[in-house]
Design a protein around this ligand. Sequence first.
Ligand SMILES: Nc1nc2c(c(=O)[nH]1)N[C@H]1C(S)=C(S)[C@@H](COP(=O)(O)O)O[C@H]1N2
Ligand SMILES: [Mo]
Length: 499
Amino acid sequence: MRRDRTRLWVAGAATGAAGMVVAQATVWALRAEIGPVESVAAAVRDGTPGVVAVRLVHLVGHLDKPLLVGGTVAILLAICGLAGALSRRRMLYADLIFLALAAIGLLAIQRQPNATVASAVAVIAGLVTWLLVLRVLVRPTLTGSQSRRDFLLRTGGVVVGAGVLAVAGRWVGRGRRKVEQARRLLRLPVTPGTEPPHASLGVRGIAPWRTPNGDFYRIDTTLVPPAIQPTDWQLRIHGMVDQEVTVTYQDLVGRPFAEGWVTLACVSNEVGGDLIGNAWWSGVPVRELLAQAGIQQGADAVLQTSQDGWTCGTPLAALTDDRNALLAVAMNGRPLPVEHGFPVRMVVPGLYGYVSATKWLVDLEVTRFDEIDAYWTKRGWAEEGPIKTQSRIDVPRDDAEVTAGPLRIGGSAWAQHTGIERVEFQLDGGPWRTADLGAVPKGARDTWVQWTGQVEVGAGRHTLVVRATDAAGRTQTAVRSDVLPDGATGWHTVTFDAS
Ligand SMILES: Nc1nc2c(c(=O)[nH]1)N[C@H]1C(S)=C(S)[C@@H](COP(=O)(O)O)O[C@H]1N2
Ligand SMILES: [Mo]
């Protein structure tokens, strides 16, 4: 009896481990950036009261990450052990625990900005593993006479199987190595871009003015980012044109380049959100290629298609006017990272990514809006997606605890392709005050701008609001609207405590 009970706990924990390994193997195989275990650990971290977290970090120093993940895994294993034990009463109880854990995993993933469908697929793979493996491990114990040898064999088999899968997952992910290699060996006629003086105000906690490639937000529908060799890449331009044009990578990088600072933003960026980044992009102005093809009367749109079949419709005018919409091959002076569209993507100043920023771009069809139905517009998002003017408070963070007295505040504001004229902030419903603005490149209107200000805060709870006015004199609306169908509006507000 006691022996059976122990076996059920062990079987539950082994099942738990197998599911987590399968989930992680899926993350590796699909090259997802973040998996369920990490996401749950992050949720635990964010859910830990600030004081406790700070204390912990001070106690354990840079060991906080492994401890956090290790601790989370240990707790999960214990819960899985409990599921094993409960399976004696009813298998359903165990299944419900696994379902609940999977639901927590999905919720945790969903709050990670760099999570993709692949992260969710990993949860499902883990859940299926849990449901199946538990049955394999506990059935014999539950139905009575099981030898110690049989129990050890089954449990051992599951552990070994999971290990093999983990190795296989990493190996499959490595299949993309060759493209990474080709990418590293490329020498492109690009410059790294120099951040203009005073673009960064040097306030701790404000997102850096230039977003490093590794920190740049990533949004796409792909499970596995397409791995395209530059030598295999071609772009076809067709539709309402005088003559079809096909360009190879070599042909493209042999043309005159243009470079510039452009801040990309996602339409699903909530007010105050971080689905936005600023980079120095290098490539060939797409209008040159469109001109070469010869655009016919009546066209007003370009349907862009990526190698994995994602599509978006872009106003023809935005690709042909003087804003330098680019067939970009480099980001911050480096060949595009695979996740950001290697070898070629589109970058159009002023438009949300979902209507313009096609990664792994392979096809441009000159057409009319009334003849196309692109990926996101089919799903209820607006046909046209100009980026809305927004401002964000980066310091203090929402719910922060600060020292009473003078407080430096700041953040970023953007009105791509119009430019920011003014940023104002308001503390505790008092008068609006004008913020100091960082510099932007000369004549540029396509990047965000940093803002900062100084306030005096007494002990207690405070509310800080920010709003921006664009170069055309339009102040962003206070009316809160959802990201669907064409981008969020409203003033970013944070509350914090001073003591
Ligand atoms: N091929 C492809 N390109 C795509 C997408 C996609 O799903 N597939 N998503 C778009 C969206 S919604 C955004 S916001 C930007 C994000 O670009 P990033 O991942 O480089 O930040 O890419 C755009 N380009
Ligand atoms: Mo997006």
